[in-house]
Design a protein around this ligand. Structure first.
Ligand SMILES: Cc1cc2nc3c(=O)[nH]c(=O)nc-3n(C[C@H](O)[C@H](O)[C@H](O)COP(=O)(O)O)c2cc1C
Length: 327
């Protein structure tokens, strides 16, 4: 992919551009959010990922999880469902179900750092159990019915683990290895270890996608430089929630206008009202978005603080306008 990059930062040369993906964020990037992004800011987004689907022993998927992947809830979206488990049988059970829904790629979560997940040896907790991880990958790749991609951190405790992990990943035909270069215990703190990423990029036999703290054209330019202009894909999460036109601008489009942002939020609010009963859960969802979007409006601290405290949707709408629309 080639594009004129950086209309906003003065770069005008034609350079290689990676594909851009919207990262999965549990509780945020469900189908309601994805549909609004597709309609308002979808230009330049090649793939979307579902938040993780948890494998249960007794049932394949919850009704919430099924709703999220239903093809009729994801029209015009290239969606990759993500699964979180350390049980090969459970993984294959869900993979088969996803295949029945028409999916042809499933993503394995090896990145979730949260205590509830990782302490059970799943997500980023699986990275500390390397022999078990190797056995798990062997079982699922031997019996898979579709492509498998992996979203991983670079270790559980120490960045040095990554090269041992890569030796394991390199044994399997992983469709795409999405690397978030932090270890589990770093959670989201500090800066991603881009130097470790560049080394991993060179050593991986599988296609690689970068993920972590991409917020600007400058970040993408740095990643391209570090990979000798060979990086094929970048995934961004919090940067997109904060500024939903991020990928559009990175691929040569316009930043959001105030009206566009207001309409985008109005649409999300209205769609949440359609699925939740009562105002409380709707407000909770909107406030969660604002916990990221607030950083776009550094001079509106007072209004944002009032928005995050408001108790009714009518109050919320007024504060939203005060943050975004007032001069
Ligand atoms: C609230 C929250 C929920 C997340 N949920 C998921 C998830 O379900 N699956 C996953 O692979 N990563 C999840 N992540 C991690 C993001 O996909 C991404 O890897 C991380 O935020 C770093 O990228 P970013 O700096 O572009 O946000 C979550 C992150 C946050 C902050």
């Amino acid at each position: 992919m080639e594009a004129l990059m950086g209309c906003n930062d003065g770069l005008t040369s034609k350079i290689h551009m990676p594909a851009f993906y919207l990262a999965p964020l549990e509780g945020i990037t469900g189908y309601i959010y994805r549909n609004a992004v597709r309609d308002f800011f979808g230009d330049g987004i090649s793939k979307y990922y579902t938040p993780f689907i948890v494998v249960h022993e007794k049932r394949a998927m919850s009704s919430k999880e099924i709703n999220d992947i239903l093809p009729e809830h994801n029209e015009g979206i290239t969606l990759i469902p993500q699964v979180l488990t350390d049980d090969p049988e459970g993984f294959l059970r869900i993979e088969k179900k996803l295949c029945e829904f028409g999916y042809r790629e499933v993503n394995l979560n090896l990145g979730c750092p949260s205590k509830t997940v990782a302490s059970k040896g799943r997500g980023a907790g699986f990275l500390g159990r390397k022999a078990a991880l190797d056995d798990f990958l062997y079982s699922i790749f031997e019996r898979r019915v579709m492509d498998i991609s992996v979203k991983t951190r670079i270790g559980e405790v120490d960045t040095g683990e990554f090269f041992e992990l890569l030796d394991i990943f390199n044994k399997y035909p992983i469709k795409e290895l999405i690397i978030h270069p932090r270890v589990r215990y770093e959670y989201y703190k500090g800066s991603p270890h881009r130097d470790v990423f560049y080394e991993g990029f060179e050593k991986s036999v599988n296609p690689v996608c970068y993920n972590g703290d991409v917020n600007s054209a400058g970040d993408v330019a740095e990643l391209l430089k570090g990979t000798g202009n060979r990086l094929e894909a970048v995934m961004t999460g919090r940067g997109m929630i904060r500024n939903p036109s991020l990928i559009r601008t990175l691929t040569g489009g316009q930043p959001y206008s105030k009206d566009e942002l207001l309409e985008f939020l109005k649409r999300i609010l209205s769609d949440y009202r359609g699925v939740f009963s009562g105002e409380k859960p709707v407000l909770q969802k909107m406030k969660e978005l604002w916990s990221y979007m607030q950083y776009e409006f550094p001079d509106r601290e007072k209004q944002i603080s009032a928005l995050l405290k408001c108790r009714s949707i009518s109050e919320y709408r007024i504060m939203e306008g005060a943050v975004i629309a007032s001069p």
